[in-house]
Design a protein. Structure first.
Lengths: 163, 749
């Protein structure tokens, strides 16, 4: 591919500092999946439509298939692998309980979008807020209804817990 | 309104037990095929014809590429039969001499560097002498060019009951209509992919995203001329299928296997989105003509239906898609005189194939639009006309199947009309619409969907399921049914735990792997829960029976006692296994010759109501409400079942309004998520799902099949609602704003 030679790019992934040798225009998605073996981030379309490759860069939800790795020098990146430790995040709990994950391929991206949405709302969001917040993440299995329910349930819990 | 069965209280059936593999999926730990990397693995790509029909004269390799680094495979490298073995074995795995569609695979390349591989793919030039292609159903029927067999027809069926011709003269009214549906892409979010390894000792092993491991297994044996035990097929976590991964994985697996065999290294082929959308199968486009005779009392007197589907360049699953579409074409109605003539024809599009519903969404769309047209001609409301014609218990369907299920379609419809506030809304919209730029409408569709293979399919398939106890006292279920999001693993566990009366955690569902599990048939046709689930129940009961017979277990036992008994049995006998094989329920019979009889063991029955608004300035259509009421037998897991209905409805909304495959010279030109539009979270109404449960005697815990049902109803209900809103009858889907503009203004957009 790329005409330019490989370069060293340093950034933090899920709190850990990492340096990779990569073509500057290599997609962040490929670097995460292939170089760092963080395969929880999925490729659905490769053109920024489906959101399966969603990650957080400095807290912003982005499609990692559209980000050249050179752009993340010095950034903080969060992938699905960084969302939970021993116990699941409230959003993940709610996804399992409400049946919001079916085939599971859009789920990591959907979870990251939902986590972002909840963090942006200090009060309980409405269903319309959720619909708009998730409109960049496509799901072919669920018709989204269980996902809305899961996100609203997770919000109730975090609002209830004063989070 | 759920009814309870009268048996003992259930511990697991009817409970919304969370998905078994849910935790792996929400944490991103579930392993899909593209997540697997092997030492020394090569990547594989496919060079496609790019010409819809022609003679392959030669292949040129541009000099800019170091070709000696590449593994190159053509039809000459195929050791067995050059076909994707399925029904008619007419589709080559790699084209040789002739090409019949523009995405036809001709040559394969493998290399460790995916970037260089992509350059190389573009550097292969196929010299193809073009021949005139066939792109329409009419040209195919007229044999304008002969492109398949002796008449361009993959399959035809005739259903006849009564005497349609003698009925016309007695008719009070005769109504004619013609309806069309377009191709639809399955659009599973995980693209198709396979990894293959090959060595002389172990033979061929493939891992991949698939619905039917044994289809792939058979295709690979045929292609590589290998014995049964030299081919092993393992399903990896599968990111959606919807029919799209029923047959095409056999093609990709063949390609990966050929490259692995020649290179001696593991080869991964994963399609990108564009290739997946352009090259793999889609829902068959269709055209249906109806001629309907009714009596003065509004009773159906005769239905004459011509149903044609465009199969594309090779037969693939067209014969069986056509069969299901044909049988569903006359719907849940009683009519004394019915004739259905159907054909699947060849064109030079990439082959069309399985997509949820399998022919039924096409013929149901036509019928349910026609029912509204006939009602209007009679001066009856759509609901009243349907009420007068619903089939009742003891009456027969068009193929001569007597309805033995306790179904009351009129009551189901009343329920749907109440829940959707249908009558009040219809009245209110009629009053308000003349003053509004956004017009609203409400419409319905009533339909049925057969569960399991059509006709004798299940008898021929003779599916097997195994069960075995482990020394730790766990019960492993061995079935080829795949989990692809619909909940197989969880539902099978519920069925097994319920049958054994043990804890849910004692049940393990083995990942489908042809070296471990018997052939339970493909994961298609709404058959997994009802047909294979019943075999799971029987197989685990076989384990219990052996424990009871050996007196290691008493009639009443705890999970711990069950574990102990398994342990002791294995200590004494070495192993504890059981197998169940399908046998048709007594009294269920299908005549293949006459194409008559019990087409399905059981049906799911439904009435859906859609409410829409139509913007008369932009011609945009929104679905504002969708009520889905269905009788599906016992619901094993309400949350999973509701999710199946909601997901199917969402795909049905796409089928009705958005999903438009644009063809140019036989190629899909909008093979991207950017320009092929599926519903997003902002496009769908709240989908309201209601189950009526009448336990089915031959289903596990009383269950029937539900997977395909929900995609049959939304499109006709929505288009009926559009007609209610604007007073114009739309005959083809998807109803994009352009289609609506053409209908309303008589101009091409």
């Amino acid at each position: 591919m790329p005409e330019a030679p490989k370069v060293a790019v340093s950034f933090a992934v899920n709190g850990e500092p990492r340096t990779v040798e990569a073509y500057p225009m290599a997609r962040l998605l490929d670097v995460l999946r292939h170089e760092l073996r963080l395969t929880g981030t999925k490729e659905g379309c490769g053109e920024g439509e489906c959101g399966a490759c969603s990650v957080l860069i400095d807290g912003e939800l982005v499609n990692s298939c559209l980000v050249p790795v050179a752009q993340v020098e010095g950034c903080r990146i969060t992938t699905i692998e960084g969302i939970s430790g021993e116990t699941l995040h409230a959003v993940q709990e709610a996804f399992v309980e409400c049946g919001a994950a079916q085939c599971g391929i859009c789920t990591p991206g959907m979870v990251l979008a939902a986590v972002t949405l909840i963090e942006r709302h200090s009060a309980q969001p409405t269903e319309d807020d959720v619909r708009n917040g998730l409109a960049g993440n496509l799901c072919r299995c669920t018709g989204y209804m269980r996902i809305f329910e899961a996100v609203l349930q997770a919000c109730e819990k975090s609002v209830g817990a004063g989070a | 309104m759920a009814m309870q069965s009268d048996s003992m209280p259930d511990r697991f059936i009817g409970k919304s037990i969370p998905r078994k593999e849910g935790r792996e999926k929400v944490t991103g730990r579930a392993v899909y095929v593209d997540d697997i990397a092997m030492l020394d693995m090569l990547h594989g790509v496919t060079v496609r014809s790019q010409v819809a029909r022609g003679h392959l004269r030669g292949i040129r390799f541009a000099e800019s590429i170091p070709w000696d680094e590449f593994t190159i495979v053509t039809a000459k490298d195929i050791p067995g039969k050059n076909c994707v073995a399925l029904i008619l074995d007419d589709q080559p795995c790699l084209a040789n001499q002739v090409v019949n569609h523009a995405e036809e695979p001709v040559l394969l390349l493998a290399h460790a560097d995916p970037y260089l591989l992509e350059e190389a793919r573009r550097a292969v030039e196929l010299d193809i002498e073009p021949l005139p292609p066939v792109f329409t159903i009419d040209d195919s029927l007229a044999k304008k060019q002969l492109i398949w067999g002796e008449d361009n027809i993959f399959k035809s069926f005739l259903v006849e009951s009564g005497d349609v011709e003698s009925a016309w003269s007695r008719a009070h009214l005769i109504v004619e209509g013609e309806y069309e549906t377009g191709a639809q892409e399955q659009l599973y979010i995980e693209p198709q992919g396979i990894i293959a390894t090959f060595d002389a000792e172990d033979g061929l092993t493939v891992w991949g995203s698939m619905q039917c491991p044994y289809y792939v297994h058979r295709a690979l044996m045929t292609l590589l001329n290998l014995p049964v035990n030299s081919v092993r097929v393992i399903q990896t976590e599968t990111g959606g299928g919807f029919g799209g991964k029923e047959e095409y994985p056999s093609m990709i697996a063949g390609h990966a296997a050929l490259l692995a065999r020649k290179s001696g290294k593991p080869v991964k082929i994963v399609y990108d989105r564009m290739e997946d959308m352009a090259a793999t199968t889609k829902r068959h486009p269709s055209r249906t003509r109806h001629r309907t005779a009714v009596t003065r009392e509004g009773k159906l007197l005769a239905m004459d239906i011509e149903f044609v589907v465009d199969g594309g360049a090779y037969a693939t699953l067209s014969p069986v898609v056509l069969s299901r579409g044909t049988i569903h074409a006359a719907g849940p109605y009683f009519c004394p005189n019915v004739r259905i003539r159907s054909k699947a024809v060849a064109t030079n599009f990439p082959p069309h194939g399985a997509f949820r519903g399998f022919g039924a969404p096409q013929s149901v769309f036509a019928l349910e639009r026609q029912m509204d047209q006939v009602a209007r001609a009679l001066g009856l409301t759509p609901e009243e006309f349907r009420r007068r014609n619903f089939v009742k218990e003891g009456e027969t369907l068009a193929v001569g199947q007597m309805v033995r299920e306790k179904i009351d379609m009129a009551a189901l419809m009343e329920c749907a009309l109440d829940l959707s506030d249908y009558h009040a809304k219809r009245k209110r919209f009629a009053e308000e619409n003349p003053r509004r730029a956004v017009k609203r409408g409400i419409g319905l569709a009533s339909f049925l969907h057969g569960a399991g293979f059509t006709g004798s399919g299940e008898r021929y398939m003779a599916s097997l399921v195994g069960a075995e106890a482990t020394p730790e006292g766990q019960v492993r279920v061995l079935a080829a049914s795949t989990e692809m999001g619909q909940g197989t693993t969880t539902v099978f566990s519920q069925i097994a735990a319920e049958a054994l009366g043990v804890d849910f955690d004692l049940i393990e569902i083995v990942q489908p792997d042809t070296a471990l599990v018997p052939n339970s048939g493909p994961t298609v046709a709404s058959r997994t829960c009802m047909v294979v689930g019943k075999l799971v129940e029987s197989a685990v009961l076989g384990i219990r029976q052996q424990l009871l017979s050996s007196s290691l277990l008493k009639d009443k036992y705890t999970s711990e006692q069950f574990r102990q008994a398994c342990r002791l049995f294995i200590q004494n006998h070495g192993e504890l296994k059981s197998t169940a094989e399908y046998s048709a329920p007594v009294g269920v019979y299908w005549d293949d010759e006459k194409y008559r009889g019990d087409a399905y063991g059981a049906y799911a029955w439904a009435v859906y109501v859609a409410e829409v608004s139509v913007d008369m300035t932009t011609y945009e259509i929104r679905v504002d409400d969708l009520v889905a009421v269905q009788e599906v037998g016992r619901v094993i897991n309400p949350v999973l079942a509701t999710g199946q209905i909601e997901g199917g409805v969402a795909q049905g909304v796409g089928f009705a309004l958005y999903e438009n495959v644009v063809w140019q010279e036989g190629r899909m030109v909008n093979s991207q998520m950017t320009n092929y539009i599926m519903p997003t979270s902002a496009d769908l109404p709240r989908i309201r799902v209601f189950f009526e449960e009448v336990p089915y005697a031959h289903g596990p815990g009383g269950a029937k099949g539900i997977g395909e049902l929900p995609i049959d109803g939304p499109a006709p209900a929505i288009v009926n609602a559009i007609e209610n809103a604007i007073g114009v009858s739309i005959k083809r889907i998807p109803v994009t704003p352009e289609v609506l503009m053409e209908a309303l203004e008589g101009v091409h957009a």
